[in-house]
Design a binder for this molecule. Structure first.
Ligand code: HEM
Length: 718
């Protein structure tokens, strides 16, 4: 670690040390040691490197040894400390949600909820509190790929004036299991199989589908995970849900049930599965890079906080148990009231310190918020604190700045590993008679957290509410709420996943559940798998609720954006590209708030037909079209001929076509397109010729539809 302090500055140390010579490496002037090793030396504003104890270090390139070729000395405390620290850099990754990415921002209340909750943060419109959000995948390890088919964690920490409130949610409003006691089982089943330790970050394997096929309560969530919700285009373009029913409690002590929603201002958008597979290879960091770049460029992602509020009468009349986390409450039945906004406007300074060490917990709630008896929530309330004790190494992880409240806090908890907040004075217990500030903090019956006095009585038993037993009706409702394009994606996803399952009875057992969900879905999957007969429907545990109305809010395509803002276009260019057309496209894109990146044969760039040199963002083999929302093909005639010989250029076009992207092209690109398999007969309304600035503007306007879905029917035969 380097420390800036007057005592460790070494303003005059630029001259070479003994035995060293000055050399120049490109723009860097360095000193070279006897073995040719590079030494960079403090001086001016460059602070002196020190040990953790603050001892200035003279040489960070060579360990101390006897003679130039002799053994290393144990007394070399700098070497020992450096290696010792490196050896202990890793902490256990999260047992689930290991791969994640976080950012800072704020929450601003836009509508007071004082009538239903005493939560301080929900009283005064216009007031802001700091927030930290961590998005994650569930199954993969920390180094896995962003575009795994998986649930995304959406965990929000609000640093309110009355302590930290965590809404530890997902981008899917229901869960696989109804009781937390099954959590280790569902997670074990989806993680790599224990004997072979694969597959990584994938649900497409026997164990997972074996578990699901024997746990019908998972079917509703399985529908969501097989939908495009599980492959979001960006963390910015997805919803978040608190999943469980919580309670709000107002000043009069009245309780109202609440479900939490985060609604992205950017609209919803996902990628297609074949694209996701390729993104994982081309840029495993696709989502984190996207979030980082958006925030760094000032395009701050924003969500509205929505609440569904309901009372006991609604709960009693609802077709399902509001305590069952495998069920949602359709927005059409209980509208989502939008009461605040969450804006992410600052990236982290240090990934480990903030994103890795942040500790969310469902039990972090503030006065005015309370739990319900949802058995999944009750189990979660135990799990987070427990796991974090191990993951973060001791009970004092609340002292880590990212976890510490930003409001004053006082208590008598003390000591333990790495204690950073150590109270002064004599009192470390209460009651005490020291009085005043000496006596330390005291209770506050008026402001303090009090639990809602729900009346509980009953026998001790291990049993579930019978109302939990309908596992298919909402799965069917979800499926029927999708557009035709989305239904086909769900059919394809089930077919893909079950095709990776090696044990035929497991495949058939999953399909037997789908028969209860929708016969067309089950038939399509059975045919996709090549099953000879459609399996019989699995016997439902409880009669299904007929005639649930489709809920348009459940579809992504029905809730897309109305602009192409925040999306990205890849422009394929070569030497000789038409400068006017390139400018027209980039101008039209910028006017929309769309990012552009040039993809060229060489990253150094291309010379436009007017002689201007423009640098490229990607070399063609590192910038496949899966990284962009739409593509534009602007090669010169010679450039198109060159790229016809380049497989990655042909893939650029073929994939953009197959993934139903909007394609803009200059006349000269036609032979290249044909070589890539996009023949004149394949041209459709999603492929637009660009000749004039007006064409460029029209192209960007067309892109607002995000994809030209009608094309998909032409690109899939099996
Ligand atoms: C509605 C169901 C659930 C949702 C929405 C959910 C959500 C999340 C999220 C978003 C995270 C990542 C937090 C972060 O970014 O640091 C997480 C982590 C975790 N979840 Fe859950 N989870 C659910 C169910 C459960 C259940 C039932 C259990 C256990 C009984 C559980 C145990 C854990 C554990 C142990 C972690 C790792 C926490 C850490 O190491 O910091 N989750 N969960």
């Amino acid at each position: 670690m380097s420390v800036k302090s007057p005592g460790t500055k070494s303003p005059g140390a630029k001259s070479p040390g003994p035995g060293r010579k000055t050399a120049t490496l490109g723009t860097e002037t360095i000193q070279r040691g006897a073995g040719g090793e590079t030494h960079q030396v403090a001086g001016g504003d460059v602070p002196v490197l020190t040990t953790q104890q603050g001892i200035p270090v003279a040489d960070d390139q060579n360990s101390a040894r006897i003679g130039a070729r002799g053994p290393t000395l144990l007394e070399d405390f700098h070497f020992r400390e450096k290696i010792f620290h490196f050896d202990h850099e890793r902490i256990p990754e999260r047992v689930v949600h290991a791969r994640g990415y976080g950012a800072h921002g704020f929450f601003e209340l836009t509508e007071s909820l004082a009538d239903v909750t005493r939560a301080d943060v929900l009283q005064r419109p216009g007031e802001r509190v700091p927030a930290f959000v961590r998005f994650s995948t569930v199954a993969g390890s920390k180094g896995s790929s962003d575009l795994a088919r998986d649930v995304r964690g959406f965990a929000v920490k609000l640093y309110t004036h009355e302590g930290n409130w965590d809404i530890v949610g997902n981008n899917i409003p229901v869960f696989f299991i109804q009781d937390a006691i099954k959590f280790p089982d569902v997670i074990h089943s989806v993680k790599p199989e224990p004997d072979r330790d694969f597959p990584q970050a994938q649900s497409a394997h026997d164990n997972f589908w074996d578990f699901v096929s024997l746990s019908p309560e998972s079917i509703h969530m399985a529908l969501w995970v097989m939908s495009d919700r599980a492959i979001p285009r960006s963390l910015r373009f997805m919803e978040g849900f608190g999943v469980h029913s919580f309670r709000f409690v107002n000043k009069a002590g009245k309780s109202t049930y609440v479900k939490f929603h985060w609604k992205p201002k950017q609209g919803l958008q996902s990628v297609v599965w074949n694209e996701a597979l390729k993104i994982n290879g081309a840029d495993p960091d696709f989502h984190r890079r996207d979030l980082w770049n958006a925030i760094q460029s000032g395009d701050f992602p924003e969500w509205e906080l929505g609440v569904q509020l309901f009372d006991d009468d609604f709960a009693d009349s609802f077709d399902f148990d509001v305590l069952d986390p495998t069920k949602l409450i359709p927005e059409e039945l209980v509208p989502v009231r939008r009461i605040g906004r969450l804006v992410l406007d600052r990236v982290v300074d240090n990934f480990f310190a903030e994103t890795e060490q942040v500790a969310f917990c469902t039990q972090n709630i503030v006065p005015g918020v309370d739990f319900t008896n949802d058995p999944l929530l009750q189990g979660r309330n135990f799990s987070y604190l427990d796991t974090q004790l191990k993951r973060l190494g001791g009970p004092n992880f609340t002292h880590i700045p990212i976890n510490a409240p930003k409001c004053p806090f006082h208590n008598f908890q003390q000591d333990g590993h790495m204690a950073m907040h150590n109270p002064k004075g004599r009192a470390n217990y209460e009651p005490n008679s020291w009085g005043g500030a000496q006596g330390g903090p005291r209770e506050d019956p008026a402001r303090g957290f009090t639990s809602f006095p729900a009346r509980e009585a009953g026998e001790k038993l291990r049993e579930r509410s019978e109302l939990f037993g309908d596992h298919y009706s909402q799965a069917r409702q979800f499926y029927l709420s999708q557009t035709e394009t989305e239904r086909v994606h769900i059919q394809q996803a089930f077919t893909f996943e079950l095709s990776k399952v090696e044990t035929p009875p497991i495949r058939a057992r999953v399909v037997s559940h789908l028969v209860n969900v929708d016969i067309d879905l089950a038939t399509a999957v059975a045919q996709g798998l090549g099953l000879e007969d459609l399996p019989e429907a699995a016997p439902p545990a409880r009669p299904l609720v007929d005639g649930l109305a489709p809920s348009p809010a459940l579809s992504i395509l029905r809730n897309g954006p109305d602009s192409f803002k925040g999306r990205k276009i890849g422009i394929l260019v070569t030497d000789g590209v038409d400068a006017g057309l390139l400018k027209a496209v980039t101008d039209a894109a910028r006017a929309e708030g769309t990012n552009v990146e040039l993809v060229a044969p060489k990253v150094g760039g291309v010379t436009l037909h007017d002689g201007t040199l423009v640098p490229a963002g990607q070399k063609i083999n590192g910038g496949p079209s899966v990284l962009y929302d739409a593509v534009v093909l602007l090669p010169s005639a010679d450039g198109a001929t060159l790229l016809m010989q380049e497989a990655t250029a042909r893939d650029f076009i073929a994939d953009a076509y197959a993934h139903a992207k909007f394609i803009g092209y200059a006349e000269a690109a036609l032979p290249l397109m044909e070589r890539a398999g996009v023949r004149p007969a394949d041209m459709d309304d999603g492929i637009l010729k660009l000749s004039t600035p007006a064409d460029a503007t029209a192209f960007i306007a067309a892109c607002r539809a995000l994809r030209f879905w009608e094309r998909e029917a032409n690109v899939h035969a099996v």
